[in-house]
Each structure stands twice: as C-alpha cells, then as structure tokens.
Design a protein around this ligand. Structure first.
Ligand code: ATP
Length: 409
C-alpha cells in the first residue's frame, strides 16, 4: 500500500480560545500523532472559533475531501458549544435527542441550581441521525461517529483528558500500523541526520520518516507506511547503525535518562562542576526519577575564587589560562571528582554572553572537562545564539560527554 492509497484525514479543533492565542492547541498534536500511528495520513489541521458558521464551513469542506475528519471541542453543555449543530448543518442531518443519553445525563442535570443550566446539560444528548455514540469515559460529553459520503466524521470533547479515551476507542478497530521507531540523537545537525537516515532507508519501501529537531537534540521517527512490522524493525536497525554513536536512545528516553541508566548499569557515582550553566546539568540529571542512586551532587562555581575555593582550581591556572580554558575545565572536573568521591564527572566553563566575549574567547565558547575513573580530558564547542541557547546546548554536550565516558571501559 502506498502513502497515496492510505486513508487521508483532517483535524478541526474548535475553540475561540485557540484562535485568539489564549490557549495552546494541544489536541491537534495528540490527535495527529494518534492518527499517524493508526496509519492515517493527516492532510490538514485547522482551528476555528466557537461560531456555528465557521465550524460548519470547515466540516463541510473537509468531509468532502477526506475519509476521516476528527473534530475536537464544542460538545459541552453551554451556549457556545455548537459543534453538534454545526455538524448537523454541514452534513444535512437532523439532531435527535437520545433518551438513553438523556437518562445518563439526568444526574448531572440535577446538580445545577438554575433550571436553564439543567436544560443545557441535556443538549449533550443530541445526536446526529445515524451516528454511533461514544459514551463519555471522563466528564459528561459523549463523542459521536457520523458516517459521511467518504468515510466518517468523529466528534470528540475538547478537554484533553476527556478526548484521549474516546479517540483511542475509535482507533482501536483500525487495524493500525506499528508504533513508530524513535531514534534520539545529539551532536548531529538536523540536515546531517536527514542525509544519514535517507541513505540507510533507501533499500526499504513503505517506511516513512520525520525529523523533529530541538536544541541539542534531533529525534528521528520511522513510520510503518505499509512495510509491516518486521520491515519497520529492520529499517530501524539500519537507521540506528547509520546514526552511530550520535544515537543515544531507541526507546524514547531522554539524554539525561540515558546517562542515569548507563551510570546505574555500571555502578558509577557521577557529579558536575558548572560555571556558565549554573546548575542546569545537575538539574536535568536530578529531574530523572531514581537519579539519587548515581548522582552524588554538583558544584556551581561561577566566580573565579569559588572555582579555587570549592573545586581547588589552582590560582596559577586561572591566572595563566583564564577561567574559560581547557586547563580550568580539567581542573574543575578533577576537583569535583576528588571532593565528592566520584567515578565520573563533567565540568563546564564558558562565555554564555551577551557580554564578556573577546576576539580570542568569543561569546559562545564553552570548554568542558571530563573525569573518568582517573583519566582527565577536555573538549570545547563554539555555540552561536542567545545566552539561553548557549546554556541549553552546553548542557546537552556535557550530558553527552558524560554518556560517552560512562559507555567507555
Ligand atoms: P466541555 O465544555 O464539556 O468541557 P467541550 O467539548 O465543549 O467540553 P470545549 O468547551 O471546547 O470542550 O473546551 C473545554 C476545554 O478543553 C477548554 O477550555 C480547554 O481547556 C480544553 N481544550 C479544548 N480544545 C483544546 C485544544 N484544541 N487543545 C487543548 N485544550 C483544549
């Protein structure tokens, strides 16, 4: 089956709060991912305000083009919840009040003081003719699956926690394709990852991929676009070996989680000595549950006299080479390892900017020191970008150096 032959889908998220920027539309993301995993190709995702005209127009247009249209939001009881009415108009179907749903909603209706509010709750019992009802698992708003000329229209409640179980029940029967393979990398540019993965995938047909890039982290997702599970797994292995050491996880775990798991596996005691990252490396490491088994601690040594007093960096090293130097980075790593009795340590000292750069030591220059069971090494990077970007990238590199040290015997 080729991509063009696969079921095509569209998503409509309903909510004035979404199109006015008052709330982030996370439903598009969660629905799109679920559809992708279920084997659908999402061709369009759109947001519309809580206006019946706008919702009806979007439903009519997309239901005329795609086999599956998923709408989220506007199924609640209040006057601005008009998705049911809009769908009825778009598909020229009447709304019918269902007695069984009315009965189920009766308890919720009596909780309200105003009879107007009680009446409104019962609007949730209005179902498009011919629709299958998806009973609410969380909350009170049921979903609906309505047959259309090309397939079906699925109406789901807006709150993410209410939507998730109903969407899962709709997609359960889809004979879904395999879960995507997730390869997470660091130290590799998005474009390089793309080239390596496309080459590795050339012998495979029916496997698609997407690259998601974040600061210091590039994730490659491989999808089953008709190849089937065994081929997807084989393609995953091929892509994994093409990415080589840059790939730090194949199960979705983060870089920090990988460092913690690797350290645990070898019974290491790890720690950090940080200047320009100000504790960020220690923060992400200790954010991982179970990190206390391997993370002993860290020192934030910002000023030079703290680098000397707290980490034992010789004043002569600071004077001769400066705080941002491989010599200082190594002395910081050695100092923290000795003081905290570590097997492995990483240190960072750099110029995050925006001020403080010189021609020899420009903004973005960051030195790293690594202590690995008695062996000291240093490395450096020159990052571009704002202070925040430099700090986040430096944190990723430091974690990766720690990972490499822990993986090396
Ligand atoms: P109910 O009114 O019964 O809660 P509903 O189907 O009418 O359900 P909405 O009123 O449209 O849903 O949205 C309710 C809440 O759900 C919103 O205030 C928002 O918190 C959340 N929500 C709705 N749509 C989205 C979305 N696309 N992304 C993230 N959150 C959303």
């Amino acid at each position: 089956v080729t991509v063009s032959e696969r079921a095509e889908a569209a998503i409509i998220t309903v909510g004035t709060e979404l199109v006015t920027g008052m709330r982030l539309d996370t439903n598009t993301q969660s629905v799109a991912r679920a559809l992708r995993v279920a084997g659908f190709v999402v061709r369009e995702a759109t947001s519309v305000p809580d206006h019946e005209d706008d919702i009806a127009e979007a439903i009519a247009r997309l239901a005329a083009r795609f086999g599956l249209v998923v709408v989220t939001g506007g199924l609640g009881p209040t006057h601005d919840d008009v998705t049911r009415e809009a769908a009825a108009r778009a598909l020229c179907l009447p709304l019918e009040r269902r007695a069984d749903l009315e009965l189920a909603l009766a308890a919720a209706a009596t909780r309200h003081t105003h009879s107007e509010a009680s009446r409104q709750v019962l609007r949730q019992a209005d179902v498009l003719r011919g629709a299958t009802v998806l009973p609410a698992v969380v909350g009170t708003a049921p979903g609906q699956v309505v047959p259309t000329a090309l397939g079906r229209l699925v109406l789901l409640p807006g709150p993410p926690a209410e939507l998730a179980p109903l969407l899962a029940s709709v997609l359960e029967d889809e004979g879904s394709s395999s879960e995507p393979v997730r390869l997470r990398t660091t130290g590799l540019s998005e474009s390089d990852a793309q080239v390596l993965v496309s080459r590795a995938l050339s012998p495979f047909s029916g496997v698609g991929f997407t690259i998601l890039a974040a600061l210091g982290d590039v994730e490659v997702l491989l999808f089953d676009d008709g190849a089937g599970e065994p081929q997807l797994v084989a393609a995953g292995h091929a892509a994994r070996s093409a990415l080589g050491h840059f790939c730090y996880s194949t199960d979705g775990s983060s870089l920090a989680e990988t460092v913690i798991a690797t350290a645990r596996a070898r019974g290491a005691r790890i720690g950090t000595a940080e200047s320009c990252t100000g504790g960020m490396i220690a923060a992400v490491l200790t954010a991982v549950p179970g990190s206390s088994v391997v993370v002993m601690g860290g020192v934030v040594a910002y000023a030079n006299h703290v680098k000397s007093a707290a980490l034992g960096v010789p004043e002569a090293v600071l004077r001769e080479h400066g705080a941002v130097s491989p010599e200082t980075a190594r002395a910081m790593a050695a100092g923290v390892a000795e003081r905290l009795d570590l097997t492995h340590a990483v240190s960072v000292t750099g110029i995050a900017g925006p001020a403080g750069g010189t021609p020899e030591k420009p903004v973005g220059l960051v030195h790293f020191g690594v202590y690995s069971e008695g062996v000291l090494t240093a490395d450096h990077r020159h990052f571009t970008g704002t202070r925040d970007i430099v700090r986040v990238r430096a944190t990723a590199v430091a974690l990766d150096l720690l990972r490499t040290a822990l993986e090396t015997d």
